[in-house]
Design a protein around this ligand. Structure first.
Ligand code: DP6
Length: 366
């Protein structure tokens, strides 16, 4: 697939209006995407677990209009929201060439998250993928009788949805399908692409069935440095080349680990990836730190707990202070007890969210 394959050529512009709705999940990267080229092309491949319950639910109502230009309104949790508009406008500008009908309709975008508002959880992955999927469903509704039947092909639909989502936010391209998604060309997964995420089709050991992710909300405040700026700081970064090579290496190792179920090796890769991500932030120019004192407290508690017990619990981080606590399903009871007893006090207002590996996005019939 190339960019050209995603350009919609013919559509039925006689359709006046309609509504579509999708629920799309967040995802948590095991090998991190950090650094990108032009047009949202990643500098290195990444792999993630799709989450199950942390989702954005978005309904888009479209209606034919005559004026030129993009026209849309955004409602977040029932209230009109101006703050999201610039990001969505940029997104529309980037994808217009692939969806030429965008300027012919007015869009009412109504969106909610299942996770608490301003929890500091990155909602761009679930948010952008939900919009991309809604637009794909609209593209399907505008199908002409004679042409563009490839939209009926589920794998094309998912690929283009992921392709569009990537143009909204890189990590969003990994939120269309479950349970594990790879994004970015690499030598281990020959099917992988820089343009969209692909479902991991390798063997997955039962140790990873229903793998759990408890997200500890250590700091819910606005981040000082956005991911977009962080990615840019990988240009000319003194360790960039080594870091990108390391991601390729870790991806290859992880493929073997997912098949063998070796949780000790899994922990090593996942925690090292999280710390490397933050090490890149600390060694860029300008440098910055997104971890908070409580992030480190939690990490030390997890290490001490592992030392004391036979637990295979581990942590990962995204571009923020919150900690994702990953663990196998058979440890659920014990780890939840550990979180309640030892980690909750490091969470803002004692808040954390229990989630697990999920199957990907779902259309909601209206
Ligand atoms: C640290 O996808 O949020 O979560 O493409 O600029 O929207 P943009 O960045 P974004 O970056 C996420 C980076 C990360 C790691 C990851 O999810 O792989």
């Amino acid at each position: 697939m190339t960019e050209q394959d995603f350009i919609l050529k013919t559509y039925n512009s006689k359709i006046e209006n309609g509504s579509v709705k999708w629920a799309s999940p967040s995802n948590i990267a095991l090998v991190k995407y950090w650094g990108k080229k032009k047009h949202q092309i990643p500098e290195n491949p990444s792999i993630s677990f799709t989450l199950s319950d942390c989702k954005t639910i978005t309904e888009i109502t479209y209606s034919k209009k005559n004026e030129d230009g993009f026209s849309f309104d955004v409602y977040f949790e029932g209230e009109k929201n101006e703050a999201f508009k610039p990001k969505i406008k940029t997104f529309f500008e980037r994808i217009e060439v692939y969806m030429p009908f965008l300027k012919e309709y007015h869009f009412k975008i109504e969106t909610t998250n299942t996770f608490p508002h301003s929890s500091g959880i990155a909602s761009s992955a679930s948010g952008m993928s939900a919009i991309a999927l809604c637009l794909m469903s609209i593209e399907k509704e505008l199908k002409t009788d004679d042409g563009n039947s490839k939209i009926d092909n589920k794998s094309y639909f998912n690929q283009k949805a992921s392709f569009l989502a990537r143009l909204g936010s890189g990590s969003a391209c990994r939120s269309i399908e479950g349970e594990i998604v790879v994004w970015g060309e690499n030598e281990t997964f020959t099917q992988s692409s820089d343009l969209y995420g692909v479902k991991f089709e390798g063997d997955v050991h039962s140790n990873f069935s229903n793998y759990q992710d408890a997200i500890l909300l250590v700091d819910k405040g606005e981040k000082q440095v956005s991911s977009t700026v962080g990615h840019q700081l990988m240009y000319g970064h003194p360790f960039a080349k080594e870091r990108f090579a390391q991601a390729h290496d870790n991806l290859a190792k992880l493929k073997t680990i997912l098949a063998s179920g070796d949780l000790n090796e899994f922990i090593k890769i996942v925690e090292s990836e999280a710390l490397t991500l933050h090490a890149m932030m600390m060694t860029s120019m300008p440098y910055f730190i997104l971890m908070k004192p409580n992030t480190l407290e939690v990490i030390n508690k997890i290490w001490a707990y592992r030392e004391k017990t036979e637990s295979k619990v581990c942590f990962t981080l995204d571009a923020g202070a919150n900690v994702h606590v990953l663990y196998p399903e058979n440890e659920k009871e014990n780890v939840l007890e550990f979180i309640k007893n030892e980690l909750v006090s490091y969470c803002q207002n004692g808040q954390y969210i229990c989630d697990q590996i999920g199957q990907g996005a779902n259309q909601i019939q209206l």
